[in-house]
Design a binder for this molecule. Structure first.
Ligand code: HSE
Length: 297
């Protein structure tokens, strides 16, 4: 068996709605081997993966099969065993980890005929926006979008060494679909300009390592104001985390995980007291940015 490792990811990073994401040192694993029988599929799971669908409807298998459809080839038989550590529906890219795992395994058993851009285009069919799938595949901080033909473009940045990330992963899920339904379809020119300037400063900070800029550059007017009410205690968490040394606090992806960024290591575990007021239990933990994406290990 070979083993594929796929990182968790955060998306948006404040102002970069659907356009930027970053990989973390939390991983899903897929042990796999091809089977010499067309369409054969044997899926098993271990660890924390009780709710995983082990039929051919499984998202990892669907992404695997989509690579063969893209190449107009019959689907090669496969055995896959899943070890999932990225929590489901929490804003840490669990579905992107599944999609990238599936397309990478398919590419591997085929002898790697597809480029990274092609793999992203196949995965994009399921996700619609590339901000989690791109860092899950490539690692690091990845700016991404869709070109005039609807194909993925991207550019990767190595995360600054002193960027320290803490996540608050609450015990309740939030469906991305629900978190997208609360967003308006139109925005004022003022809010658009607000985000464009901050996104530019965010990219600059990622390149230069000038993290002080993040206190302004991770603010957002396109999604966070509309999603705050879905994330229990966030209003209170933001000033409290800043008082403990955070440069900024934002929603990780569509939430409900909260991302806290600081310049070097800081301890935010005391924020549990605020969450307790909202009857929320949560895991507060550091996740380190990683520069390597999905890979055989
Ligand atoms: N950019 C996406 C969102 C990430 O915020 O809805 C979650 O898939």
């Amino acid at each position: 068996m070979k083993r594929m490792r796929i990182p968790a990811t955060t998306a948006n990073m404040g102002p970069g709605f659907d356009c930027i994401g970053m990989a973390f040192d939390m991983y899903n694993y897929i042990d796999f081997e091809p089977v010499d029988a067309e369409d054969y599929c044997e899926l098993t799971s271990g660890g924390d993966a009780g709710h995983i669908d082990l039929s051919k409807d499984n998202l990892i298998y669907q992404a695997y099969a989509a690579v063969f459809a893209y190449l107009k080839k019959p689907v090669m038989g496969i055995k896959m065993h899943f070890e999932n550590n990225v929590p489901y529906s929490r804003g840490l890219g669990s579905s992107s980890a599944a999609l990238i795992g599936g397309v990478k395994v398919a590419n591997e058993v085929l002898g790697n005929p597809l480029s990274d851009t092609e793999l992203l285009n196949v995965a994009l069919q399921f996700e619609g926006h590339p901000d989690n799938i791109a860092p899950a595949l490539l690692g690091g901080v990845v700016i991404s979008g869709l070109d005039e033909n609807g194909d993925v473009f991207y550019s990767k940045i190595t995360p600054p060494a002193n960027l320290y990330c803490t996540v608050i992963i609450p015990d309740y899920p939030l469906a991305t679909k629900k978190a997208r339904e609360v967003l308006p379809q139109q925005f004022s020119m003022k809010d658009a300009v607000y985000n464009v300037g901050r996104m530019a400063m965010l990219i600059d900070a990622m390149h230069t390592g000038n993290l002080e800029q993040l206190s302004l550059a991770m603010n957002d007017k396109l999604h966070q104001p509309y999603r705050m009410s879905l994330i229990k205690g966030m209003d209170e968490i933001i000033p409290a985390a800043k008082a403990l040394g955070a440069l900024n606090v934002t929603i990780s992806g569509a939430g409900p995980t909260i991302l806290i960024v600081s310049d070097g290591e800081k301890d935010f575990t005391s924020l549990q007291e605020i969450l307790a007021k909202y009857d929320v239990t949560a895991k507060i933990t550091a996740l380190h940015p990683v520069n390597e994406g999905a890979a055989l290990v």
